[in-house]
Design a protein. Structure first.
Length: 131
């Protein structure tokens, strides 16, 4: 495979990652809305709280998975560029920027922190006592 082909694949995969990101933002927004509606309803019972919590946790899990795929795209591209015998200065800089050629299976640190905060927001809205 030539360097140009690797860059073309990377660019194409970035489009898919962006679409997954937009989808997860909408999914997380919906999970926060469900949590807020569960909290605001006077008719919420244990079952609705459990179902709302499960939906929120599954939304976090889906976002974690999608964002992991996006981060892995960068690492796999760096690994493929590193495997080339002849590389451009751009490829060398990209490999150094990414910093690894071994996929971790996790989103970037900022994404993990954001998803942790969103999980706390969802669960707090559902389970915190009303004053």
């Amino acid at each position: 495979m030539e360097e140009y082909q690797i860059w073309t694949l990377w660019s194409s995969n970035r489009i898919g990652s962006a679409l997954m990101f937009i989808g997860t933002v909408l999914l997380l927004w919906l999970a926060l809305r469900v949590a807020a509606a569960t909290r605001a309803s006077d008719e919420s019972n244990l079952f609705t709280k459990i179902v709302s919590s499960a939906f929120g946790i599954l939304a976090i899990g889906a976002a974690w998975n999608a964002w992991s795929i996006g981060a892995t795209n960068w690492v796999i591209t760096a690994a493929n560029l590193d495997a080339l015998e002849e590389k451009s200065q751009t490829a060398i800089g990209y490999i150094e920027y990414v910093g690894t050629t071994v996929p971790s299976g996790n989103p970037m640190t900022g994404g993990m922190i954001l998803l942790g905060i969103v999980a706390i927001m969802i669960l707090y809205q559902i389970w915190a006592p009303k004053k």
